[in-house]
Write a new protein. Structure first.
Length: 192
């Protein structure tokens, strides 16, 4: 009797190696997809932080402008009315100079343009309030509603900076200060 000898386990090992390689490839693929997802979240978080940093810088810029023009700030000239727009006064750019009120109008106009240029769909509002809140939850709603939350009295100013944190949406979306949405809202409350 003559027996053929086959290497023991050779076919089984080849099959086992193939399954081992497929499982390794599956685990590696899932890991790489997880890393890609974490990278996307990291980029979004970095962008959000960047926008909040810029909004903070802009709000502090306006606060410094008010402190530099204390007479106008004390008179309430930096509180932006809910209707109409404030225009800059060209006298403020000459050697003739301008009044504190005219300087406040110029500061507001320049600053608001900076907000619009610096932040996506940037918007801003400055008002005086005798009992301001520093809790963003008290300022939830449409920007127009938030503009009416101040009583326009007292020595405390509330600076609101709004922007769209999700530029992938169409431009027709109304900005809201609702922290549950993707819109940004920074509040700076201070006395000059």
């Amino acid at each position: 009797m003559h027996f053929k000898s086959f290497p023991t386990g050779s076919r089984r090992e080849k099959g086992f190696n193939l399954i081992e390689n497929l499982v390794t490839l599956l685990v590696l693929t899932v890991g790489l997809l997880g890393i890609a997802g974490m990278q996307a979240v990291a980029i979004q978080t970095q962008q959000t932080g960047h926008h909040y940093g810029r909004a903070t810088s802009l709000a502090q810029n306006m606060a410094e402008r008010m402190r530099a023009n204390f007479e106008a700030a004390e008179a309430g000239d930096y509180a932006v009315p809910n209707t109409g727009s404030v225009v800059e006064n060209s006298k403020c750019f000459t050697t003739e100079g301008c009044s504190p009120q005219q300087m406040a109008e110029t500061d507001i106009n320049e600053w608001h343009q900076m907000v619009e240029r610096t932040l996506p769909q940037g918007d801003s509002h400055i008002c005086r309030d005798s009992t301001p809140s520093q809790d963003p939850a008290d300022y939830i709603g449409e920007v127009a509603d938030i503009r009416s939350t101040c009583d326009d009295t007292g020595d405390t100013y509330v600076i609101h900076v709004f922007w769209d944190m999700d530029p992938t949406r169409d431009g027709n979306v109304e900005l809201t200060a609702d922290p549950q949405t993707t819109d940004g809202h920074l509040i700076l409350v201070f006395e000059p």
